[in-house]
Write a protein that binds this ligand. Structure first.
Ligand SMILES: *Cc1c(COP(=O)(O)O)cnc(C)c1O
Length: 400
């Protein structure tokens, strides 16, 4: 069997997205800034895509800037709000400890330049609340940036409520919605969002293409200087084909959202139920308030990398921590932020299933993970110490 269960890292492009791209590579390859007709054809397509994306997000086309992906949109949003804040003498930024590195590393850079950054604690459930945000806002706060849904543990934040708290305090609110868009309802107007980042490749569109939404009236600062593309806010010839793919994939995933959700939630819960039977295992993140396709577990006495390699042998693509940190020995900052000890965080498994998965495949994943965990424990001296009582189990509840 071959099962792709790493949709949180990236997704397979949909045929509709591929079909939408091809004409803009083959036929209408012109530069949208050129005046002749193949250039103008590309320009028209670009503006049509902008309108369609705006419609999906609940904003106006002028509020949409196309970027080179989710990370770039996060960088630009945060830097824009930070610069605008500094001009008013406000240099305090609120975020959370389990944001994506595109956010955390940008904040780290700003902290080095004199900004004061507060990282809220998502707690054991992995959810940052509006009350926490409200309590952290000071007269110096220029930006609140809280992710819509966490990329590792899939938990969903109360974005509308956080947005309302920010509106009331007059503070700009950005959300990294890269994991949410196309999977759960997102509407910037209804959810009080001032700035939002998304990436096409997380909803069956192409890689290297994203969107930054910025509410009308808020300043945007360039991070890529160049020509007058994107109203001078993002230099560089637009990736027209990818933008067409993004718009098509976004429309398609929004059309399919409800049906996909109805299919995925029971399968996700079946997977959670099946894996919960593994001794000394624990689900990471809230069981209910999580993305339809996300399952994340820690298994005591297991090395995540070995688990992934053996699952790969069984035809299952999964991840441990996030793709960006694999290869490094540090345990996931997300799992540490929700209070998992280092040793436990090392034994994590993220399965992010897509709507094309079947019940048989879910059962195969459960069977495979159960076997692999048992095998790895059987050859682990560390596990033998736990079994013989030389070491204490970290996961307390006794399973039999
Ligand atoms: C994938 C991801 C990003 C980065 O997007 P890229 O398009 O890969 O740059 C940012 N934030 C979250 C939550 C993500 O899942």
């Amino acid at each position: 069997m071959n099962i792709y269960a790493d949709n949180g890292a990236t997704t397979k492009m949909s045929q509709r997205a591929i079909d939408a791209m091809i004409p803009y590579m083959a036929e209408f390859f012109g530069n949208p800034s050129s005046l002749y007709s193949i250039g103008q054809k590309a320009k028209e397509a670009l503006e049509d895509a902008r309108e369609r994306v705006a419609k999906c997000l609940g904003c106006t086309p002028a509020e949409i800037t196309f970027t080179g992906g989710g990370s770039e949109a996060d960088n630009q949003a945060i830097v824009s709000a930070a610069m605008a804040g500094a001009r008013k003498g406000k240099m305090h930024i609120i975020s959370s400890a389990f944001e994506h590195h595109a956010v955390l590393h940008t904040l780290k850079k700003l902290a080095g330049e004199g900004y004061d950054v507060t990282l809220l604690d998502p707690g054991e459930r992995g959810i940052v609340t509006a009350e926490q945000v409200k309590a952290a806002i000071t007269p110096d706060t220029c930006l609140v940036t809280i992710m819509f849904a966490n990329n590792e543990i899939g938990t969903i934040m109360p974005i509308k409520e956080i947005g309302a708290v920010c509106r009331e305090a007059g503070v700009t609110f950005h959300t990294d919605a890269v994991q949410a868009v196309g999977h759960i309802p997102v509407n910037v107007k209804e959810q009080n969002i001032d700035m939002l980042s998304l990436a096409a490749h997380k909803f069956h569109g192409p890689k290297g293409c994203g969107v930054l939404y910025v509410k009308k009236g808020l300043p945007i600062y360039n991070i890529i200087e160049g020509g007058a593309q994107e109203r001078g806010k993002r230099g560089g010839t637009e990736n027209v084909a990818a933008i067409m793919g993004l718009a098509a994939a976004l429309e398609e995933s929004c059309e399919n959202m409800q049906a996909d959700c109805e299919k995925l939630v029971p399968l996700r819960d079946r997977l959670i139920e099946g894996l919960s039977k593994i001794p000394y295992s624990i689900l990471n993140g809230d069981a209910v308030n999580r993305l339809p396709g996300n399952v994340n577990y820690c298994f005591e006495g297991i090395e995540g990398e070995s688990l992934l390699l053996l699952l790969d042998d069984k035809g299952i693509c999964a991840s441990s921590g996030s793709a960006c940190t694999s290869g490094s020995l540090d345990p996931s900052h997300v799992l540490l932020s929700i209070g998992r000890p280092h040793e436990l965080a090392h034994g994590s498994l993220r399965l992010t299933i897509g709507a094309d998965i079947t019940e048989e495949e879910v059962d195969y994943i459960i069977k495979s993970v159960t076997e692999v965990v048992a095998y790895l424990r059987s050859i682990s001296p560390f596990w033998h110490d736990l079994e013989s009582g030389k070491r204490q189990h970290m996961i307390k509840e006794f399973w039999r």
